[in-house]
Ligand binder design. Structure first.
Ligand code: ZN
Length: 136
C-alpha cells in the first residue's frame, strides 16, 4: 500500500453554520463544498489547507454515526483520511495484516472520493479512512 498524503481530517461538529464561521472567519479558510451524504446521515463541508483538507461533519440524524459520536464524545476530531493509489488493493493488504475493516468494499464518499474505514480497534484508537479520487 502506498499512502501519498493526508487527504483530510474529519471533524465532528454540532452546528455546521457556526463551525464554518469559525473556519472561515478565524482561520481564514474558504469553504469550497457543502455536500450531504445520505447513506452516512451527515452533511459535510470542505476547506483546502495546502494539499490536505478539513472535512466538517454534521449529523442529519441523531442516530447516525456522527450523531452517536457527538453524543458519546462531543465535538472534535473524528477521523484521519489517507489518500492511496488503489483503494481496493490497499483494503486487501491491510486485512491480510490483521486490520479489521469497517468497509470491506470501497463506498462513495463526499468530494469525489471512494472511501473505506478501518476499525479503530485495529488502528491504535484512530478511526482511519483510506480514500482514492474517482477518475472523471
Ligand atoms: Zn472523511
Amino acid at each position: 500500500m502506498e499512502i501519498t498524503h493526508i487527504e483530510h481530517i474529519g471533524i465532528a461538529v454540532k452546528n455546521m453554520e457556526e463551525a464554518i464561521k469559525y473556519y472561515e472567519g478565524v482561520l481564514g479558510f474558504k469553504c469550497y463544498l457543502v455536500e450531504e451524504v445520505r447513506t452516512q446521515k451527515t452533511k459535510t463541508a470542505f476547506f483546502m489547507v495546502g494539499q490536505t483538507k478539513i472535512e466538517l461533519l454534521e449529523s442529519t440524524d441523531q442516530l447516525g454515526p456522527i450523531g452517536r459520536f457527538i453524543e458519546a464524545k462531543g465535538e472534535g476530531i473524528h477521523h484521519i483520511a489517507f489518500a492511496v493509489n488503489n483503494l481496493q488493493d490497499s483494503l486487501k493488504e491491510v486485512a491480510t495484516k490483521g486490520v479489521q475493516l469497517i468497509d470491506t468494499e470501497p463506498k462513495r464518499g463526499s468530494d469525489n472520493l471512494n472511501i473505506a474505514f478501518l476499525h479503530p480497534k485495529s488502528t491504535r484508537g484512530v478511526l482511519t479512512e483510506l480514500c482514492e479520487k474517482i477518475e472523471k
